[in-house]
Design a binder for this molecule. Structure first.
Ligand code: CA
Length: 237
């Protein structure tokens, strides 16, 4: 089975060269020449890997990556110019599997692609109708690089799975469903523990601290926010 690659690169000569080499290596290649089209393709089709240039017209590569991450965990290799701010690209938060600095040898790109494909195997690379399936559309909730799949009962950050208990999972689910909005302790309590729960709202604080120890502290992020006197909310990084 041919692995599917999406190449988002506005320099047409370079794009055609990479395409030719990838096709020669047996990959199935789709092309996009600007950020918006690339993003559209990345989230509406299933790819095994995406090669994404950072300097793109329309929408730059980092923004494409950020928006892609709301809907797909496909591995991404970034292409950067030498003068790009590197810490932004190489930082843990970028959500990329790897990056290449231009100019590069095609063999190195191929090697890094093989490596990324091994590390981040995709579940349904050939299922073309994912976007048409409403069950699937609502299945994955995301904030930044954090993903929660309701059906698979699965949580990951930057493609690394996170082990949560049932209550932790339900609490994270409730926060993600209301991403960007503050949830009061009472509301979280009734959503996760049920209206009849005899305990007090301190249990919410305790479970929030469990979630933080497994997510925020491990990945050095500040995703689960306390809104003083009100409750909690989750935000994109
Ligand atoms: Ca470019």
């Amino acid at each position: 089975m041919n692995e599917r690659v999406l190449l988002i690169e506005d320099e047409e000569k370079l794009a055609r060269f990479i395409e030719m080499e990838l096709v020669y290596e047996g990959y199935q290649v789709e092309m996009a020449y600007d950020g918006r089209k690339g993003l559209e393709q990345a989230v509406s089709q299933d790819f095994d890997i995406v090669i994404l240039d950072i300097m793109l017209p329309g929408l730059n590569g980092m923004e494409v990556l950020r928006r892609m991450r709301r809907q797909t965990s496909v591995p991404v290799i970034l292409l950067t110019a030498r003068d790009t701010v590197m810490d932004k690209v190489t930082g843990l938060d970028s959500g990329a599997a790897d990056y290449m600095t231009k100019p590069f040898e095609i063999e190195e790109l191929l090697a890094r692609m093989r490596n990324a494909l091994r590390r981040y195997p995709q579940q349904n690379p050939s299922a073309d109708h994912k976007q048409d399936d409403p069950a699937n559309q609502n299945d994955v909730l995301a904030a930044g690089c954090l993903r929660l799949s309701v059906q698979r009962h699965f949580v990951s950050y930057d493609n690394a799975s996170i082990d949560l208990t049932k209550k932790e999972f339900d609490l994270l689910h409730a926060l993600l469903e209301n991403k960007g909005f503050v949830m009061s302790r009472d509301r979280l309590l009734s959503k996760v523990w049920g209206y009849d729960f005899p305990g007090d709202t301190n249990v919410v604080d305790v479970y929030i601290s469990y979630l933080r120890s497994k997510i925020d502290q491990v990945y050095k992020i500040d995703m689960i926010r306390t809104v003083r006197g009100v409750g909690y909310m989750i935000k994109d990084e």
